[in-house]
Design a protein around this ligand. Structure first.
Ligand code: GLC
Length: 540
């Protein structure tokens, strides 16, 4: 347990910088704002913050389109503010993790500007360029590859009289990872930030880095929705998940492992249908990442059986030596308080807080989930997300999970003195961090308490995990064990009371409902509706 790295023991907190805290009144969050609110995170007890992209960007996809990898977006501050943030984090025992967006850059990046000029320059092959189907100078997309954000994936650039490929927006051209100079350039970017004190990277859609060198068309699948949205109408054999991904990953792993305590966590595009493959990308191999995300649990419907299935699937795919990540919400999905919530939203948020902190693996929290923030999609005219603009009303975009953090009572919930870039959820007067801080039954107190429990519990950090073969229909249960110590977690996911036979673990380590004695009696435990218990065979 002593040799477990911090990124296995700890808890990572994702900040969407635009929406966390605005220090200068322009309505957009910034790095100084994060510094100003670090005490909230220290008090919560997390180990690291992961910042969604902070680099300069034209914000076609709000930072996931970077126009300079080695600087800070002026609206967020400067490299000096970043250094101050790292220092302020260190004072509080927090580490800083950045988003690495290396599948694509912005089309406004100097690399792409140069690459699009002509076919012979030094950066001519830094992106995926091809002649049109009819030959040089001809139009017609080179193959059938599509964009994840809708439509075809090829865009014609008149300067070069060629097409370039984009897995996302046409303002996000894909880098060519088969060009060794690109691998070197990204290595330089990683080193730049690691030397500034960054201790990890979350790698955006890393499984898209490598494409088949010949760029053949993907086979089509029979899916009527593919007519509207071509990306799902094909099997992605050639535009991602190539066998020689190690070209990219081995460089990244080597750089990260030069000093202990640094880690890489990968976001696998489309992992929901392919979590076994996602598991294969993580491990201790030279061309593996330390961790990979899986969103199976996040996508699951509410219920003890459904959760059991998702947890089993991910842990079994990883195998006994694997290390899981657990994500309930992030900047791409509707917030879980709304997805699972309904009339019991707060009770359910408290149960899944226990879940995330007591499963074997590393939990990633998304800002605002610690106060049970709800989804809030703005009216169509105020939609900012390119996905929402394009697909409204079929998909109303991702703005709903990116609304400003609700800090305290007041006009803009303490987020800004100006006009927030996205409208706040109207419930902010009642649901905010200040209001929940002193309330022991709040979602925030639950997070703080179970994070503290995890911090002092070697079993919860490092222990094995056993889930029953046959899941109970209403109570999600599992046991963690390390040496002689064991912890049982019981989560009544139903609105009815449930009976449960008491096991060897009788000491109450954490409970959602007041009034439980510190030591439970023999016989049966009567779980109240939505009650969650963490029980130990030793006092905690
Ligand atoms: C990832 C990010 C998402 C972004 C996309 C393109 O899926 O999480 O927010 O839009 O990649 O970079």
């Amino acid at each position: 347990m002593g040799d477990l790295p911090w990124w296995k023991r700890g808890v990572v907190y994702q900040i969407y910088p635009r929406s966390f805290m605005d220090s200068d009144g322009d309505g957009i969050g910034d790095l100084q704002g994060i510094i100003d609110r670090l005490d909230h995170l220290a008090d919560l007890g997390v180990d690291a913050i992961w910042l969604s992209p902070i680099q300069p960007s034209p914000d076609a996809d709000f930072g996931y389109d970077i126009s300079d990898y080695c600087d800070v977006h002026p609206q967020y501050g400067s490299l000096e503010t970043f250094d101050a943030l790292v220092a302020a984090c260190r004072e509080r025992g927090l580490r800083v993790v950045l988003d690495g967006v290396f599948n694509h850059s912005s089309d406004e990046h100097a690399w792409f500007q140069e690459s699009r000029q002509d076919r012979a320059g030094p950066k001519a092959d830094w992106y995926l360029w091809r002649d049109g189907r009819g030959g040089p100078g001809q139009t017609g997309a080179p193959n059938n590859w599509a964009s994840t954000f809708g439509g075809g994936g090829w865009e014609y650039a008149p300067e070069r009289q060629q097409y370039f490929f984009h897995s996302f927006l046409k303002k996000q051209p894909d880098l060519n990872w088969r060009e060794p100079a690109v691998v070197d350039a990204i290595e330089g970017v990683l080193r730049f930030w690691l030397e500034r004190g960054v201790e990890g990277f979350r790698l955006d859609v890393f499984n898209c880095y490598l494409k088949h060198p010949e760029l053949p068309s993907n086979p089509r699948t029979w899916n009527p929705a593919g007519l509207l949205y071509p990306y799902i109408g094909q099997r992605h054999l050639h535009d991602r998940d190539q066998d020689d991904m190690g070209i990219a990953l081995s460089m990244m792993r080597r750089v990260a492992d030069e000093r202990p305590g640094r880690f890489l966590v990968g976001e696998t595009l489309d992992e929901d249908r392919r979590y076994r493959e996602a598991a294969g990308y993580a491990g201790s191999g030279e061309d593996q990442l330390h961790l990979a995300f899986n969103f199976h649990l996040l996508r699951s419907r509410w219920g003890a059986k459904a959760f059991h299935t998702a947890i089993m699937a991910w842990t079994q795919a990883l195998g006994p030596d694997g290390w899981a990540t657990w994500v309930l919400s992030n900047h791409d999905f509707p917030r879980h308080a709304s997805r699972w919530g309904g009339r019991w939203a707060d009770a359910r948020c408290r149960l899944v807080a226990i879940l995330a902190m007591t499963l074997r693996g590393t939990p990633f929290l998304y800002y605002g989930e610690e106060i049970g923030m709800r989804e809030h999609t703005p009216p169509r005219a105020q939609i900012q997300d390119p996905v929402g603009k394009r697909f409204w009303p079929v998909h109303r975009g991702r703005d709903g999970c990116r609304t400003p953090m609700q800090w305290e009572e007041g006009a803009s919930a303490g987020f800004t003195s100006g006009q927030p870039w996205l409208p706040l959820h109207p419930d902010h007067a009642g649901r905010n961090a200040a209001a929940q801080r002193g309330d022991p039954g709040s979602v925030l107190s639950t997070y703080r308490d179970v994070i503290a429990l995890r911090r002092r519990s070697p079993v919860l950090q490092a222990g094995d995990m056993d889930l029953p073969e046959q899941p109970h229909a209403k109570v999600l249960s599992y046991r963690r064990s390390l040496g002689d110590a064991s912890v049982q977690v019981l989560l009544n996911m139903s609105p009815q009371p449930q009976r449960w036979p008491a096991g060897a673990e009788r000491h109450l380590l954490y409970g959602t409902h007041p009034g439980r004695p510190a030591e439970l009696e023999d016989g049966e435990i009567l779980l109240a509706p939505h009650e969650g218990l963490v029980l130990g065979n030793e006092p905690g």
